[in-house]
Design a protein around this ligand. Structure first.
Ligand SMILES: Nc1ncnc2c1ncn2[C@@H]1O[C@H](COP(=O)(O)OP(=O)(O)O)[C@@H](O)[C@H]1O
Ligand SMILES: N[C@@H](CCC(=O)OP(=O)(O)O)C(=O)O
Length: 371
C-alpha cells in the first residue's frame, strides 16, 4: 500500500503535534488549522471518516497562565493543560465550523484505553460520533493523570485511539517529513526513509528526542506509536504538516515515511479476542446456531439455550455446543442477567423483554473467534 492509498482509507486518525499548532510564543497557528480543516472537510466530503488526536494544550496554556517559560513540573504542566485545552478546543471548533463540520471533544486517560469496559464504551462513542458526521477531537486528559498513569505523549495515545476506533490509517503530522537515519536537525548527513517495513531495534536506534521548544516525544514516541498501530492492523504515515493542504500533500506524493500494517485489522482484533482475554462465562447454543457460527454468522439470542457465569457486557465468553464442547470465544453484547432473559427469544422480542432497544445479536461475528 502507498501513502496515497493509506490517505484514502475509509477511516483515519490524524495526530497533530504541538509544533504544528502552536508558535514558540504560545499562540495558535489559526491559518494552518484552517487549512487542515479544509482538508478534513474534503476527505469527509468523499465519504471518509476522520478523527483527530491533537496536542497543544500545554504549549498554548502556559503563556495564558502568565508563566515565564514552558513548565517542567507535573503540576504546572497540568495547570497549563487545563488553561490551554479550552483554547485548543475553541480553535478546533472554530476552524471546523468554518467548513461546516461539528467538533466533538474527547479527553482520555491511559486507564480509559486499558480497562476493557471503558475501551468498548470509547469505541462505541467514537463510532457514533463518526456515524453522525462529527469530527472527534481527542487529547489526553492531562490535568487528572499522575506521572505514572499518563501517556505523556500523544503519539502513543493516537495509536491507541486509532486501534480503538479500528482506523485503517494513522497519519502522524509533525514538523519533520518522516524518519531519517538520524535526527536531521542535528545531523545534516541523515538520510530519509520512505518505507519502514518493521520497527526493529536498528530503526529505533535512529530516533532522537524532540529539539523543538513545543514538541514532546520526538521520534522515539512516534516509532512506538507506529509499532502499536501497525501490529494492530493500522498503517501509519508520518509526514510534515505543510501549510497548504497538509493531508492532500501526503496523498499526492509528498515526502513521508510509510509504516505498513503488519496484519489485517480484523485479524488483529480476533487475535486479541482469542489470546489476551479471560473467559467470564459460557453461552450454550443449539445445533442450528452451531451451523450458523461455522458459516461465519453472528450469534443471535434465538440460538442460545443456556447462560452460565457472571459476566458484564463486552466480556469474553465461550460458546458451547449442545454437547458442552467449546466451539467459539466472543465478546457478549449483553451482561449475564440480560443474556438469560433474551436466550431463546426472537430478535423482535428483545425490546419488550429488556425495556430498551438492544443489539440484534448476542455476539457479533466481528467479535467472535471459532476455536
Ligand atoms: N531519526 C529522526 N528522524 C526525524 N526526526 C527526528 C529523528 N530523531 C529525532 N527527530 C526529531 O523529532 C522531531 C519531531 O518530534 P516532536 O518535536 O515531538 O514533534 P511533534 O510535536 O510533532 O510530536 C523532529 O523535529 C526531529 O527534530
Ligand atoms: N496532551 C499534551 C500533548 C503532549 C504531546 O504529546 O505533544 P506532541 O509531542 O507535540 O505531540 C498537550 O496537549 O499539550
Amino acid at each position: 500500500m502507498s501513502a496515497g492509498e493509506a490517505l484514502r482509507a475509509s477511516r483515519l486518525t490524524v495526530k497533530i503535534g504541538s509544533s504544528l499548532l502552536v508558535r514558540e510564543d504560545g499562540s495558535l497557528r489559526r491559518v494552518w488549522l484552517d487549512a487542515l480543516a479544509r482538508d478534513i472537510a474534503r476527505l469527509r466530503g468523499r465519504g471518509q471518516e476522520v478523527m483527530v488526536v491533537t496536542s497543544g494544550a500545554i504549549a498554548l496554556g502556559w503563556r495564558a497562565l502568565g508563566l515565564a517559560r514552558r513548565p517542567v513540573k507535573l503540576e504546572e504542566k497540568q495547570a497549563a493543560a487545563a488553561a490551554g485545552q479550552i483554547l485548543l478546543a475553541r480553535g478546533w471548533q472554530e476552524s471546523l465550523a468554518g467548513v461546516g463540520l461539528t467538533t466533538a471533544q474527547i479527553l482520555v486517560t491511559l486507564e480509559d484505553t486499558e480497562s476493557r469496559r471503558r475501551y468498548l464504551n470509547g469505541r462505541a462513542t467514537l463510532a457514533t460520533l463518526l456515524r453522525l458526521g462529527a469530527v472527534p477531537v481527542v487529547n489526553e486528559n492531562d490535568t487528572v493523570g499522575t506521572a505514572e498513569i499518563r501517556f505523556g505523549d500523544n503519539d502513543r495515545l493516537s495509536a491507541r485511539v486509532a486501534v480503538m476506533a479500528s482506523a485503517e490509517t494513522l497519519v502522524l503530522l509533525s514538523d519533520v517529513d518522516g524518519l531519517y537515519t538520524a535526527n536531521p536537525a542535528s545531523d545534516p548527513s541523515a538520510r530519509h526513509l520512505p518505507v519502514v517495513a518493521t520497527v526493529t531495534p536498528e530503526i529505533e536506534a535512529m530516533a532522537g528526542g524532540s529539539v523543538s521548544a513545543v514538541g514532546t516525544g520526538g521520534m522515539v514516541s512516534k516509532l512506538e506509536a507506529a509499532r502499536i498501530a501497525t501490529r494492530s492492523g493500522c498503517t501509519v504515515v508520518l509526514g510534515k504538516g505543510t501549510l497548504e493542504q497538509p493531508l492532500s500533500a501526503l496523498e499526492n506524493g509528498g515526502r513521508c515515511t510509510l509504516f505498513p500494517a503488519q496484519t489485517s485489522l480484523m485479524g488483529a482484533r480476533k487475535d486479541w479476542i482469542s489470546g489476551s482475554l479471560g473467559v467470564m462465562g459460557s453461552v450454550h447454543v443449539d445445533a442450528g446456531a452451531v451451523a450458523a457460527l461455522r458459516r461465519g454468522s453472528s450469534l443471535l439470542p434465538a440460538g442460545v439455550t443456556r447462560v452460565e457465569g457472571a459476566f458484564e457486557r463486552g466480556d469474553a465468553v465461550l460458546v458451547r455446543t449442545p454437547e458442552g464442547r467449546a466451539l467459539a470465544k466472543g465478546l457478549c453484547a449483553y451482561d449475564a442477567p440480560e443474556a438469560c432473559r433474551i436466550a431463546g427469544r426472537r430478535t423482535a422480542e428483545i425490546e419488550a423483554l429488556l425495556g430498551y432497544r438492544g443489539r440484534e445479536v448476542m455476539i457479533h461475528r466481528d467479535d467472535l473467534v471459532l476455536l
